[in-house]
Design a protein around this ligand. Structure first.
Ligand SMILES: O=C(O)CCC(=O)C(=O)O
Ligand SMILES: [Fe+2]
Length: 293
């Protein structure tokens, strides 16, 4: 068998991204690598679980669903665990990410977001209503700029299936502008009604279940409508989401690749998402109780 030409494949992913708003890279990481990634993700989870409420220290963040909600403590998200985990610090700048992203973002790439989303079974609040990630950002740029300025990648740590609440994207939805879906409240509470999608001019037939094996990577853009259902299986689901931006068009984020070369984290974090970081670096606990009735 000829060796895999990821650079050639990546041109195709870029085309698919422009056409459908998303792409799927199968088998980017091997089964052996995934066993290690699963073990490291479990370490991050265990670190998060020490905290009784959502915890922030600079860019490191754990979103905790406390015992008060379902009788057991869950970690729903970890952000920027590269600061406590050398393995993930290296993974975030693995050359394979660069190869996939170069046709879309160029050779200078920063990373404004690093997250793992766990989706525990039975906790109820673990679906993400349909939305566009532009929801979280300013919206005064052109289509091309929005679609290439920030790209999200999701690496399946566990299998992602319809049953455990895999990512669902609406193919072609990125061409419809910003639609304001789920702008009215928390993302993880309730479910999107079909009517809401139809009213926004979306066709339910275009919904694609992004089922993934560990090691597969999904990519989607800031305008791609996506969401996911709650986990109806018996096992937790971990999904590693990393956002990348072109360093030419965005100041924001930690360097990931400079002229194609991986760049490790520096001595101090740069502001990624949380604006108040330098005013209030933490560590501190916060509990907005968004999950309460
Ligand atoms: O974790 C998921 O299933 C979806 C998360 C999501 O929509 C996001 O991180 O933008
Ligand atoms: Fe999202």
């Amino acid at each position: 068998m000829a060796p895999r030409d990821l650079a050639a494949e990546s041109k195709h992913y870029a085309e698919q991204y422009w056409d459908k708003g998303y792409a799927i890279v199968r088998g980017l990481f091997s089964k052996d690598e995934m066993m290690e990634i699963q073990a490291e993700a479990a370490k991050v989870y265990a670190d998060g679980l020490r905290h009784h409420a959502s915890y922030r220290h600079k860019n490191l963040y754990y979103e905790i669903l406390p015992e008060a909600f379902a009788g057991r403590r869950y970690v729903l998200q970890g952000h920027w665990f590269s600061w406590i985990n050398p393995f993930f610090e290296k993974l975030r700048r693995d050359p394979r990410y660069f190869t996939i992203l170069e046709p879309l973002l160029g050779r200078n790439i920063k990373q404004p977001a690093q997250q793992i989303h766990w989706k525990p079974p039975g906790a109820g609040l673990t679906g993400y209503r349909f939305h566009q990630d532009l929801r979280f950002r300013e919206r005064d740029e052109s289509f091309e700029k929005i679609m290439t300025s920030w790209i999200n990648t999701g690496l399946a740590i566990d299998p992602a299936t319809r049953e455990n609440g895999c990512l669902r994207v609406i193919s072609g939805s990125h061409k419809k502008g910003y639609l304001g879906l789920s702008d009215d409240g928390p993302l993880m509470k309730g479910a999107t009604q079909d009517e809401e999608l139809k009213k926004a001019g979306l066709d339910l037939k275009d919904i694609v279940d992004v089922e993934l094996e560990p090691g597969d990577l999904a990519i989607w853009g800031m305008l791609t409508v996506h969401g996911s259902d709650a986990n109806k299986s018996a096992k937790d689901r971990a999904f590693a989401i990393s956002g990348y931006v072109s360093a030419e068009t965005s100041e924001r984020g930690e360097w990931a690749f400079r002229d194609g070369q991986p760049v490790p984290l520096g001595a101090e974090p740069v502001i990624c998402k949380y604006e108040k970081l330098f005013e209030k670096p933490g560590p501190f606990y916060e509990d907005s109780k968004w999950y309460a009735a």
